[in-house]
Ligand binder design. Structure first.
Ligand code: AMP
Length: 399
């Protein structure tokens, strides 16, 4: 069964074609700068036999319809013979609101509900909808499945997801904590429970997704009971360019004292804050390089970033009561031993001990990085959101 996974952003389209029976990724690609004067498509193909190929082409890509057609023409140029070989399409959809706690087969009702949720994700859901609409036009016979970033967090208890603002905002506008990166938290929590040889229903985990966007989840017996992102992906940890949790009165301060309009506050907090706002760099590799050269702003950014992860580990230890493992994932979580060790530094009394040798190993496999004595296991698990979406799609279609 061949599953095409689509992640449609406002100016990009990421895709991956996988045979779910053999687990083989057949091709993956990204179309970038859709709608700009010059765009680009890059596709990597992984044929049964070597060699893999990488093909990049620059050309103007007018809109998402053109991007999808381009993807189909690249896929049918050697990877598959015809679009009919695609058995189902799995779509990443960012915001499912309270309507979706599982992946769903997409029909008109589902499309309308995703539209209804646009006010909660004004940048993401419209792009996700375009991907769905185009897939329905280009592959009229093929089932589409929507997999939501928010669905894994729908198990949060109400005392965790409600905000202490007048309740009418929840009742009328569904203002509450939703959480994001759900597909990643779900994938790494399942992978970690298999790795430590425990049933997910009997495992309590803290998952730490540190990439461009950063979020954490407290997972009790397989169910998410707390997460750091909120109504939007701006909340929680410090991120590459996003501020994470700050005093909400900062908005009032900016408006009153600086006269900033909402649009500029939005850009300031989403695109110019986080690591970038403190040290003018948002890639952790560049920040380490700068620290090595004595850049104090880079050092401060590193300390702030890891301090917030540590503080959230502490909060989630309290919420969960007992924890089997802490799981680091995503670009920084998987690759950065300094961030992992700093975030866990001083937590020995809580039963968390990192082994420096294991922590410094470079491998793309899931692995332990804790010492033998550590009561709580600490793991690095590479995330794989595309695989999780492909599996969920196959399950829904085969149901
Ligand atoms: P992601 O969003 O999961 O793709 O993560 C992207 C981020 O991971 C980049 O912005 C970097 O900050 C970080 N990253 C990637 N590779 C490394 C590495 N080897 N060491 C430290 N950070 C890394």
């Amino acid at each position: 069964m061949n599953i095409l996974v689509i992640n449609c952003g406002s100016s990009s389209l990421k895709y991956q074609l996988r045979n779910i029976n053999t687990q083989r990724v057949m091709a993956s690609g990204v179309v970038e700068r859709i709608g700009e004067s010059m765009g680009q498509i890059t596709q990597r193909s992984f044929p049964d036999k070597w060699p893999d190929t990488k093909d990049t082409e620059e050309l103007p890509i007018l809109n998402h319809e053109a991007a999808m057609k381009l993807m189909v023409s690249k896929l049918t140029n050697g990877v598959i013979q015809s679009p009919h070989e695609i058995d189902a399409i799995g779509h990443r959809v960012v915001q499912g609101g309270e309507s979706f706690s599982h992946p769903v087969l997409v029909d008109e009702n589902v499309m309308n509900t995703i539209k209804d949720n646009i006010p909660l994700a004004p940048l993401h859901n419209p792009a996700n909808l375009i991907g769905l609409e185009q897939a329905m036009i280009l592959f009229p016979e093929t089932p589409n499945v929507a997999v939501f970033d928010t669905e894994f967090h729908q198990t949060l208890p109400r005392h965790a997801y409600m905000y202490p603002v007048p309740k009418i905002f929840y009742e009328q506008f569904k203002v509450r904590k939703y959480g994001f990166h759900g597909t990643s938290h779900k994938y790494v929590s399942k992978t970690a429970s298999v790795f430590i040889g425990q049933k997910i229903e009997e495992t309590s985990l803290i998952t730490v997704h540190l990439g461009n966007g950063c979020s954490m989840a407290a997972i009790k017996n397989g169910k998410c009971i707390e997460t750091s992102m909120g109504l939007t992906p701006l909340a929680g940890l410090m991120m590459g360019t996003r501020c994470g949790d700050i005093d909400p009165a900062f908005h009032i301060f900016l408006a009153k004292n600086k006269g900033l309009p909402l649009s500029e506050i939005d850009i300031l907090l989403n695109k110019s804050s986080g690591l970038l706002g403190i040290c003018r760099k948002n890639d952790m590799r560049d920040i380490h390089e700068a620290r090595l050269h004595g850049d104090d702003d880079a050092q401060l950014a590193f300390e702030m970033f890891t301090y917030r992860v540590k503080a959230t580990i502490g909060a989630y230890l309290a919420i969960l009561g007992s924890v089997n493992a802490i799981v680091f994932t995503a670009g920084i979580g998987e690759n950065d031993p300094d961030v992992r060790s700093m975030a866990c530094d001083g937590l020995e009394n809580f039963g968390i001990n990192i082994d420096p040798t294991k922590n410094n190993e470079k491998t793309a496999e899931a692995r332990y990085i804790n010492t033998e004595q550590s009561r709580i296991k600490v793991l690095v698990v590479p995330t794989n959101e595309e695989l999780e979406i492909a599996k969920a799609t196959a399950e829904v279609v085969n149901d």
